[in-house]
Design a protein around this ligand. Structure first.
Ligand code: SAH
Ligand code: SF4
Length: 377
């Protein structure tokens, strides 16, 4: 029998598992705290659990993290881990330190089926959904690894914010996502508030409604275009869920959202979606309709896209049009370095999945820009 990975459970799931072992449900809380608050992975470490329970767990369960295929640190402190998830697949997790907070950008799938034109994960295609354990393991590993590296006192968190903005479309892996979010929010685990956990989606409308009911964390929607014609081309999911329905879903989400606005992400593509006319169309789309903030993202180029980044000047003109119309707009800062940790560049170098380890070890550094998740969580 293969051991059950306890990283797969939210507290409720762990309580059910303990019951199956013939244990009281409250034991789950102790176990959960050992795993997530203290980073324990061996049952023998969990000294206040009854010896009989520790023995039972040792025979049936495990706490198994992901294998680290590589780790790269940029001069600004941004760290990117590439995790091996088996069968030649790898996913990336990025830690972005800032004064007073630490943001972890987490992956939800190996590859992505949405296929956005400007995203290297999209170009890679879909491989598979991550399990809850694989999503949670990214946070578990990063938090405890960094806590011990930075010599933080017990209980002091390194990661204060999580953004589901790594590889994959989180709302196309809903069943695994929700328990993972619950672990992030649970006071017996990471205790993050709902406003410090952000799900970013390309617009899976029915799942936005479900998230609103099941676990309404902060929502970021990747808009990228002010009309259906252009959005159909950039974000193919728009053909299934066009803009009008998406905006209605955003409005419904606001009833339960932890903040009183939705963040719209807009990747600035030179000559494609960045003209003053596009900005004016955007204003017309959202003004007097939805409480929102815009986050303009400088495009992180990769060769297969055939697209280029808008000039700073163009981005400023675009931002000014939105701001002058009263739409709160920030431009995401880039942090120049050499580790390819920016959104949309994740795992771009592992397209040949069978050889990702060699590639990671041998590839030359590429000039890239890691983003700050400013204004997002
Ligand atoms: N699938 C989800 C979350 C992962 S992508 C989504 O699309 O929202 C996270 C963010 O990175 C999205 O806003 C996405 O549009 C953006 N992004 C993707 N490729 C990019 C690139 N090459 N340059 C800049 N941003 C990019
Ligand atoms: Fe998938 Fe998001 Fe990339 Fe689009 S931008 S392909 S939805 S990961």
């Amino acid at each position: 029998m293969t051991a059950v990975n306890l990283l797969d459970f939210d507290l409720q799931g762990l309580a059910a598992f303990c019951e199956q072992l013939g244990e009281k449900r409250f034991r789950a809380t102790q176990l959960f705290r050992w795993i997530h608050q203290r980073g324990a992975f061996e049952f023998s470490q969990m000294t206040d659990l009854a010896k009989s329970l520790r023995d039972k767990l040792a025979g049936t369960a495990c706490v198994t993290a992901l294998g680290v295929a590589s780790e790269q640190t940029a001069s600004d402190g941004t760290i990117k881990w590439l995790f091996d998830v088996g069968a030649g697949d790898a996913v990336e997790t990025v830690f972005i330190p800032e004064t007073g907070r630490g943001t972890l950008c987490i992956s939800s799938q190996a590859g992505c089926a949405v296929g956005c034109r400007f995203c290297s994960t999209g170009h890679q295609g879909f491989s598979r959904n991550l399990t809850t354990a694989e999503i949670v393991a990214q946070l578990w590993f990063a938090e405890h690894q960094l806590r011990s590296r930075l010599k933080r006192p017990e209980g002091e968190r390194v990661i204060t914010n999580v953004v589901m903005m790594g590889m994959g479309e989180p709302l196309q892996n809903y069943a695994a996502l929700v328990p993972a979010l619950k672990v992030m929010l649970d006071d017996h685990a990471y205790g993050l508030s709902r406003r410090r956990v952000t799900v970013s989606t390309s617009g899976v409308v029915p799942m936005i409604d479900r998230l609103r009911d099941d676990c309404p964390v902060a929502l970021a929607v990747s808009l990228h275009a002010p009309n259906d014609l252009l959005r159909n081309d950039l974000v193919p999911l728009n053909r299934k869920y066009p803009l009008d329905g998406l905006l209605w879903a955003c409005q419904r989400y606001l009833d339960k959202a932890p903040r009183d606005f939705i963040t719209f992400e807009y990747c600035m593509l030179d000559g494609v979606n960045d003209t003053p006319d596009h900005a004016e169309q955007l204003v017309a789309l959202v003004q007097d309709r939805i409480s929102c903030k815009f986050n303009l993202i400088p495009f992180n180029p990769f060769p297969a896209s055939g697209l280029t980044r808008s000039s700073n000047e163009r981005v400023s003109v675009f931002a000014r049009i939105l701001q002058d119309a009263g739409v709160v707009t920030t431009v995401r800062k880039t942090r120049g370095d050499t580790i390819a940790a920016a959104c949309g560049q994740l795992a771009g170098e592992v397209q040949d999945r069978t050889h990702f380890k060699e590639r990671v070890l041998t590839r030359a550094p590429i000039q890239i820009h890691a983003h700050r998740a400013e204004g997002l969580a």
